[in-house]
Every structure is written in structure tokens, then in C-alpha cells.
Design a protein around this ligand. Structure first.
Ligand SMILES: CC(C)(COP(=O)(O)OP(=O)(O)OC[C@H]1O[C@@H](n2cnc3c(N)ncnc32)[C@H](O)[C@@H]1OP(=O)(O)O)[C@@H](O)C(=O)NCCC(=O)NCCS
Length: 143
């Protein structure tokens, strides 16, 4: 059974940040701990559980002017391309709507741009290079 919700206990939080580290930081030669930032205190955390295991994650930050930013989207290795990323992104949109958010923005890694285009995000402009190597692109979606 698939369930999307915030982690509820220490073990689930560990699995959540572990997935973030393994998929989004370790391949870029970053150390453990680099997967967390200050926004984790205030962000809304999404974890997709299947039979108790976290397979996909995302964080939603509510910003000003009825806007939000999606960050740290990741699906575990071997499970990518099976629809989990889409499911977790739709959950962030649904939650945004219930909070009155009118526009979501994100900074997509170059190789993830097509994934977000497929979800109806518009490509705006190149934004920053993560760790000086990985080009990101600003994308937006009106809800
Ligand atoms: C990018 C990522 C989140 C996408 O999640 P996913 O579960 O692999 O993607 P899904 O299976 O939900 O794909 C949804 C749709 O987007 C398409 N899609 C997914 N990844 C794509 C890609 N890189 N390029 C083009 N299309 C893509 C799928 O074909 C699918 O299309 P459909 O709905 O028409 O069948 C996931 O692959 C991932 O974690 N990658 C590594 C980390 C990463 O890049 N995170 C994003 C940081 S910005």
C-alpha cells in the first residue's frame, strides 16, 4: 500500500534523510550531514511509503506571496521511472492548493528538467550551479 505523509518517528526520519543523502548528496561526493539545511525546521516533509519503506521524498517550503518552493525531490535508486516521483510531486501540489498557494517554483537539476516539464512546470532560466558542477534551472507552475 502506498501512503504519502511526514515521517513520524526517529527511525522514519533517519530513513528519510538517508534517502536524501544517498540520492542527492553522496553521488556528488558530499559528506553525511550535507543533506540537511535550516529549512528542514520549517519545511513540510513528504515521504512516500510502500509497505513501511520510504521510496521517495520531497520538501515543500511555503514562501511569501502565496508561493511555495519544492526542494530535495528524490526517488530511491532502482525505483526511478516507476511513477513514484510523479506521485510525490502531485502530493506537494495538492497540499499547496489546500494552503492557498498559487505558484510553485523549483530549481531542477539539468537531467530532471524533462521530468518537471512532463508535470506541467515551465522552464524559466538557468539558475545556479550546485557545488560548482551541477547546473540547475528555475521552473514554475501556476496552480
Ligand atoms: C527525477 C526523479 C525525481 C523523477 O522521479 P521518477 O519516479 O523517476 O519519475 P516518474 O516515474 O514519476 O516519471 C513521471 C513522468 O516523467 C517522465 N520522466 C521521469 N524522469 C524523466 C527524465 N529524467 N526525463 C524525461 N522524462 C522523465 C516519465 O517518463 C514519466 O512520464 P509519464 O507520466 O508520461 O509516463 C527521480 O528519477 C530521481 O530521484 N532522480 C535522481 C535525483 C534527482 O534528480 N532529483 C531531482 C532533483 S531536481
Amino acid at each position: 500500500m502506498v501512503d504519502i505523509r511526514t515521517p513520524r518517528n526517529e527511525k522514519e526520519w533517519e530513513a528519510y534523510y538517508d534517502l536524501r543523502f544517498r540520492v542527492l548528496r553522496e553521488p556528488l561526493n558530499q559528506i553525511r550531514g550535507s543533506e540537511k539545511n535550516d529549512g528542514d525546521e520549517t519545511g513540510i516533509h513528504f515521504a512516500l511509503f510502500e509497505n513501511g519503506t520510504i521510496l521517495a521524498i520531497a520538501r515543500l517550503d511555503i514562501t511569501e506571496n502565496q508561493m511555495a518552493q519544492v526542494r530535495f525531490v528524490a526517488v530511491d535508486f532502482d525505483l526511478q521511472g516507476k511513477g513514484y516521483g510523479k506521485k510525490i510531486m502531485l502530493a506537494t501540489e495538492l497540499k499547496s492548493k489546500t494552503l492557498g498557494v498559487k505558484k510553485i517554483i523549483l530549481h531542477a537539476r539539468d537531467y530532471a528538467v524533462d521530468f518537471y516539464l512532463n508535470l506541467g512546470y515551465e522552464l524559466k532560466e538557468p539558475s545556479y550551479k550546485l557545488f560548482d558542477v551541477l547546473q540547475h534551472f528555475l521552473m514554475e507552475k501556476e496552480l
